[in-house]
Write a protein that binds this ligand. Structure first.
Ligand code: GCU
Length: 603
């Protein structure tokens, strides 16, 4: 039963669902999370493909998979004789002719699962970059735009006896009104980049849930469970065997059940990343999740975890496994990256600049690393173009929907380095921050901004957008793009918000591993010593930074970016990593590691 008091909760719940239904009549449905708790037919593996650089596949209607019947028939396409690609995986690193490819690739997969009485079937994609048009047995079932969030389609009434055939038109061309837009500093990996599953549920099932501590509380859970299907009003319970919690309630005629109970939790923290087995039960469905409980908030200029002041020792990471020089998608990829971050002494990772795969977020949580989750509202965004703010809102909802039960996720970032000179930027981001807060008020909200002034060795952090966020996140590149104008220990700060915590969300410089200079020589740019000096100076400056609650250098490991053109020092790689693409640690790595060892958090 939903108590009147929780009008706010009712508002959030209705917002989460109504908006989805408005947005998506003919579009993708909001995707289920925690598939590991569901009965799935996994469609990963080899998919037949048609590489279609001119996009003729559309007017040839390749999704109809026409086959010649008589000798004189012919169709100028065929999946049967076509090459195959691995799914999940970007297509650029699977075939030399696709290395720099930005265009259309048609994917086809056969599967066999027919609908069963009282069961529903959903075709679920972890992510497809960038646009996906999806067909089943020759019929279009929907499409999705956005390369880094999950989506699904109900196919209960679309599957047939025997084999079913999925065709997906994937196009990774950059778009002026895309999110991100035309220019961004990472490799535009295209393809079906994450897992594909056919999910089977009961007719009425637990479609979604939010089980986290209430804001400002260390022992009160305030959340909800949403039932979907023809039996919406059901008995619902939340069971946490380890704590003896067996909370019983009912869902209302919209299928909504408010969840509100107290317990004494071992709170999740980097030192003790405690996750509880949580069983969500309704009369027709059961979902088992591993959930941690912690509170994260700001108190004045401090970031506070479980009521204790916290210093975020972070690092930026792109979703790329450098050892494979390809888009990361698996738990083992995540382990490579997060193990390096742990070794560096991090308790926090900024997953730049888009929601990484769910393995990454869940593994970070298991390893005791807090997560900054971000949507790719990156630099040049056409905020005033038709439909752009809707796309951004959709992406934010998809990100929050997927990761809202991850206690490791402590910050939602709604943009990176957008410019206030861009029409409609500030209004769009203010409204987005308000929607974000309505969707989830239990986490911190921010945007990384780089528009601060710097003259006479003084930063002028003036962007009023910061007033709408919980944390002031500053990207600055003193020592690399911006020369120092004085002693790093004497940097002064003018802040538009002096009552909020500050995170230096990016700083750094490039170095090619192995390019070294002797102690007597003046270290030149691109050398490890030059990067090392940037870190030494930055760490000195951090000592002068008011309200500093976290640091997140750019970045953990070198990564591919085609805009990085220096043939020797870059060759299509951004070399600001502290580790080379072969895993070699650069000199600056040790400077940051020592700095992080010097900061002790009482969790
Ligand atoms: C920016 C940006 C990053 C970029 C970095 C760089 O601040 O946010 O995406 O890669 O600077 O220039 O290396």
């Amino acid at each position: 039963m939903i108590k009147k008091g929780n009008a706010y909760l009712i508002l959030c719940m209705s917002l989460i669902f109504n908006i989805h239904s408005n947005f998506h009549a003919a579009y993708s449905q909001s995707a289920m999370t925690n598939l590991s708790a569901r009965h799935c037919v996994n469609l990963n593996g080899k998919w037949q493909v048609i590489i279609d650089p001119t996009g003729t596949g559309n007017w040839r209607q390749v999704w109809l998979e026409k086959k010649p019947e008589k000798k004189t028939d012919f169709y100028e396409y065929s999946f049967e004789e076509s090459p195959v690609l691995n799914v999940p995986g970007d297509f650029n690193t699977q075939k030399p002719e696709l290395t720099y490819y930005e265009g259309t690739v048609w994917y086809k997969k056969i599967f066999d699962c027919h609908s069963i009485k009282n069961k529903r079937l959903f075709l679920h994609f972890g992510a497809v970059n960038y646009v996906a048009d999806v067909y089943l047995n020759g019929n279009r079932i929907g499409s999705h735009e956005g390369g880094f969030t999950p989506f699904q389609f109900e196919i209960t009434n679309a599957v047939k006896e025997g084999e079913d055939s999925i065709v997906v038109m994937v196009n990774n061309q950059r778009k002026k009104d895309g999110i991100p837009g035309l220019g961004y500093d990472w490799f535009n990996y295209g393809g079906i980049t994450r897992d594909v599953n056919v999910v089977e549920t009961d007719n009425s099932f637990i479609e979604d849930y939010f089980i986290q501590l209430k804001k400002h509380s260390l022992n009160e859970v305030l959340g909800w469970i949403k039932i979907s299907g023809n039996i919406l009003a059901q008995k619902v319970s939340v069971i946490i065997p380890e704590l003896g919690v067996d909370y019983k309630t009912k869902s209302n005629k919209e299928g909504m059940a408010e969840i509100n109970f107290h317990s004494t939790f071992k709170l999740w923290s980097p030192d003790n990343p405690k996750l509880y087995k949580v069983i969500l039960q309704s009369e027709t469905d059961t979902v088992v999740e591993n959930i941690g409980f912690r509170s994260i908030e700001t108190q004045g200029t401090k970031i506070v975890l479980n009521d204790k002041p916290l210093f975020l020792k972070g690092i930026n990471i792109h979703e790329e496994n450098p050892l494979r020089a390809a888009r990361a998608f698996s738990e083992s990829d995540a382990l490579v990256l997060l193990t390096w971050a742990k070794e560096l002494g991090c308790n926090f990772v900024r997953l730049a600049h888009y929601p990484h795969n769910e393995y990454m977020v869940r593994l970070a949580e298991k390893m005791g690393m807090m997560v900054w989750d971000e949507i790719p509202v990156y630099q040049h965004i056409e905020f005033s173009a038709q439909g752009v703010t809707d796309k951004i809102t959709l992406m934010m909802r998809e990100m929050i929907r997927r990761d809202k039960n991850r206690c490791g996720v402590v910050i939602w970032s709604i943009s990176n380095e957008t410019y206030d000179s861009t029409p409609n930027r500030t209004n769009a981001l203010i409204s987005l921050s308000q929607q974000c807060r309505l969707l989830d008020s239990t986490r911190l909200i921010t945007s990384a901004i780089c528009s601060q002034g710097y003259s006479n060795n003084t930063f002028d952090v003036w962007d009023t957008l910061y007033r709408h966020f919980d944390v002031v996140s500053i990207n600055e590149y003193l020592g690399w793009y911006v020369p120092w104008q004085g002693n790093s220990k004497e940097v002064k700060w003018n802040l538009v918000c002096n009552d909020k915590p500050i995170i230096i969300s990016e700083f750094g410089g490039e170095a090619l591993y192995g390019s070294n200079y002797g102690p007597k020589d003046e270290a030149a740019s691109w050398s490890e010593e030059y990067q090392e000096q940037i870190y030494k100076d930055q760490i000195e400056m951090l000592g002068t930074t008011p309200n500093l609650s976290g640091v997140c250098p750019w970045l953990l490991v070198d990564y591919r970016s085609l805009g990085r053109l220096h043939p020797i020092f870059q060759n299509g790689w951004n070399r600001k990593g502290l580790i080379s693409e072969r895993g070699d640690k650069k000199k600056a790595w040790y400077i940051l590691k020592t700095y992080y060892e010097s900061i002790i958090n009482e969790y």
